[in-house]
Design a protein around this ligand. Structure first.
Ligand code: GAP
Length: 434
């Protein structure tokens, strides 16, 4: 299977099974915005919950925050985004398509004409809108292009209300918006997306140590999601690649079907942001260490991941095709903890009292384990649907169940079928789903 085929198959599976739909599809779709369907939203919630648990609830040194998408416009002036959050844009004079100058050479990727580009101009990626009924420059505000700034401007509020001392962190999950010139590759580069960001405030001079610590922590967490390690790597930014706020940065990259690309970054932002906000707002954003009789503007180590990109990593990594008895079996080998549905329950046939028994088993599990009941179509088709949905276990009620109360439990990845007493099913699944 070629890499282009893999992307096409993944997009089609995501639509067929209800993971991801094109936004506003009935109107022909809205470029570069995607909607998450019933299975997609569960997978996304599981990813975000895992991150929140790792970064916030299991640590005493990190607090959570949920800041607004709309912020005072001065935030984006101080942060450097109004001035510097730009990409070089060029236009093909023949077909009038626009591209990022660093992504094309001399030939138009659309119409093939050579050397017919306009000179590059810097294009700001921030979406603009107006606050209130008057649409003039004074009312212009931005949709945030990163969640980080909501954390910086709340640094003092969080520190004092939560009585934290340096080093400590603030974490946030939320939407961000970028008017990308060339969005694409499904949910990889979109104009509306979600970020999971954590900003760790440290004493200047200890930043290198904390930078190394967070690089390691984040890579280990990503690996804990079951992603194939050979598809993961860390890449340090060159001087030219560094964002305007970064002193040092590493990307965690995945080998997508379209090549190695980042899905999370770890950045040493120094005191760039807090100094800029202190200067622009006139409010002190220092940390006062009374015991050491010191005051300083903390340095910030940032871990910044995209929820949607991580979803694409997980989906692409989990996608498998296998030949089984002359047929191609498609499955999503998602880690059980991340899978949207953990167990599907089927009656082998729709008669002889099997549906009633199967329904009761499903009803007993519901509320404790995400479970799906299905009695429509052949048993083979039902297994195939669940394989594509990434459901780790299928429980089938058959003739033997009616005699001795046992059911079969089929493992999605190995296809092994265990016979388990229905009275022990909960226990069996609890053990298998860890
Ligand atoms: N606060 C730092 C920051 O925003 P970034 O490298 O620009 O850094 C961080 O973005 C992460 O956000 C990326 O690694 C990626 O996962 C995600 N991201 C950025 N732009 C995106 C886009 N247009 N579509 C989807 N995800 C995006």
């Amino acid at each position: 299977m070629s890499n282009a085929d893999l992307m096409e198959k993944l997009v089609s599976l995501c639509k067929r099974r209800g993971f991801v739909f094109q936004s506003s599809e009935v109107y022909g779709g809205l470029g570069s915005v995607w909607d998450y369907g019933p299975l997609g939203v569960e997978l996304k919630r599981n990813v975000k919950e895992r991150w929140w648990k790792e970064m916030v609830t299991s640590r005493a040194d990190i607090e959570g925050l949920d800041a607004g998408i709309l912020m005072h416009p001065a935030v984006w002036e101080a942060s450097g985004h109004v001035e510097g959050f730009t990409d070089p844009l060029i236009e093909c004079k023949n077909c009038h398509r626009r591209f990022r100058a660093d992504e094309v050479r001399d030939q138009c990727p659309r119409c093939g004409v050579r050397d017919q580009f306009t000179p590059p101009r810097m294009f700001n990626l921030m979406f603009r809108t107006f606050m209130g009924p008057v649409e003039d420059e004074a009312a212009q505000i931005y949709l945030r292009p990163e969640t980080a700034q909501g954390i910086y401007v709340n640094f003092h509020n969080v520190m004092t209300s939560a009585r934290q001392k340096i080093p400590f962190g603030i974490a946030q999950i939320g939407k961000a918006f970028r008017n990308e010139i060339t969005p694409g590759n499904f949910i990889f580069r979109t104009r509306e997306f979600e970020q999971m960001e954590m900003q760790y405030f440290v004493k200047p001079g200890t930043d290198k140590e904390w930078f190394d610590y967070w690089r390691n922590e984040r890579l280990e967490w990503v690996k804990s999601l079951g992603i194939r390690p050979e598809k993961l790597r860390m890449q340090q930014h060159t001087r030219e690649e560094l964002a305007h706020y970064a002193y040092d940065a590493y990307d965690i990259q995945y080998e997508f079907p379209f090549g190695w690309q980042e899905f999370e970054g770890i950045h040493n932002r120094t005191d760039f942001d807090l100094s800029a906000h202190q200067e622009r707002s006139g409010k002190k954003l220092e940390y006062v260490d009374a015991a050491a009789n010191e005051r300083y503007i903390p340095y910030i180590i940032e871990t910044s991941g995209g929820v949607d990109r991580l979803m694409l990593v997980l989906l692409a990594d989990a996608y498998r095709e296998e030949e089984v008895e002359g047929e191609t079996r498609v499955l999503l080998s998602l880690q059980a903890g991340l899978a949207p549905v953990k167990v599907a329950v089927f009656p082998l046939v729709k008669k002889d009292g099997m549906p009633e028994v199967a329904r009761k088993i499903a009803d007993d599990l519901i509320g404790r384990i995400p479970v799906f009941y299905d009695e429509s179509g052949s048993i083979g088709r039902r297994y195939r649907r669940q394989d594509e949905a990434g459901t780790p276990f299928c429980v089938t009620v058959d003739g033997q169940t009616l005699e001795d109360g046992s059911v079969t439990v089929r493992d999605r990845d190995t296809l092994r079928q265990d016979r388990v007493s229905s009275s022990k099913l909960s226990e069996y699944l609890a053990g298998a789903l860890v």
